[in-house]
Design a protein around this ligand. Structure first.
Ligand code: NAD
Length: 259
């Protein structure tokens, strides 16, 4: 097991990519705090981890709520004594062209991705600095590197996370904290399933065309990235033994983006 006895917080882990990482971390021996908007949404993932023999706790944590984030991290440390790994994964999408985008929608996307990641980072670092070690991971995207139409707040937020990741890598080094960002291509989670019909409508094409000609057009093999692919990278980064790997972005996208 590659993460034996490590203590991990994963935000937005009630479903999708976060849940897949949480379950894989559980199998790799980590104790996992599954955080999501409500306790109920986190509980199902916790039960799956426990049924597979792992250890997990559910946390109600809206990452845009400063108090909820601080209290969630405190609950982990009260229960398990420290925090070793934190993954700022919670995210939302919004499809609209810039000229039609409501300011409230712009703010909401930036709030969850950027302000949420900041709050999780600050709370986590304050615990990691006490033990002199830790691993911060961010859920970026190929949209941290490139842009697509109709997703301006998401693209902006994901580019912003690169900056936060790198700043934390610089500051965290002297405290034994590494910081890296995972940048997946399209993974078939609810976040992506929702935008297939939305994009079809906006672009005036079929859903099949959205998948083939928009989402997977630039991959080397026309394939979606899988939950397992992303979870494996998240294990690898957290298990990596030194600070040789810090401040890096790892793109998992079937060659959609090559850096
Ligand atoms: P998802 O919609 O399946 O899951 C997102 C989870 O985040 C949900 O459980 C949701 O309740 C939670 N969440 C939303 N707002 C929250 C908040 N304010 N506080 C706490 N939790 C909140 O989406 P996903 O595809 O699993 O996405 C997870 C992350 O991966 C996101 O950051 C997303 O941008 C990123 N990502 C996804 C893809 C993809 O193709 N699916 C690709 C690249 C990056």
């Amino acid at each position: 097991m590659r993460l034996e006895n490590r203590i991990a917080l994963i935000t937005g882990a009630g479903r999708g990519i976060g849940r897949a990482i949480a379950e894989q971390y559980g199998r790799e021996g980590a104790r996992v705090a599954v955080a999501d908007l409500t306790l109920e949404s986190a509980q199902e993932a916790v039960e799956a981890i426990q049924q597979a023999g792992g250890t997990a706790m559910a946390l109600a944590m809206d990452v845009t709520n400063e108090k909820a984030v601080e209290e969630g991290v405190k609950a982990i440390v009260d229960e398990w004594g420290r925090l070793d790994i934190a993954i700022a994964n919670a995210g939302i999408q919004h499809i609209d062209p810039v000229h039609n985008l409501a300011y409230a929608d712009w703010c909401k996307v930036l709030d969850v991705h950027l302000n949420g990641a900041f709050l999780v980072t600050r709370a986590a670092l304050n615990e990691m600095y006490k033990t002199g070690s830790g691993c911060m991971l961010y859920m970026g995207s190929v949209h941290s590197m490139t842009a697509s139409p109709l997703k301006s707040p998401y693209v902006t937020a994901k580019h912003g996370l690169l900056g936060l990741c790198r700043a934390v890598a610089k500051e965290g080094a002297e405290h034994g904290v590494s910081s890296n960002i995972i940048c997946p291509g399209f993974v078939r989670t609810p976040l992506v399933e929702k935008q297939i019909p939305e994009q079809a409508k906006e672009l005036g094409i079929s859903e099949e065309e959205v998948i083939r000609d928009v989402m997977l057009k630039h991959t080397v093999d026309g394939k979606f990235t899988t939950l397992e692919d992303v979870a494996e990278v998240a294990v690898h980064l957290a298990a990596f033994p030194s600070a040789a790997l810090t401040g890096q972005s790892i793109v998992v996208s079937h060659g959609w983006h090559m850096q």
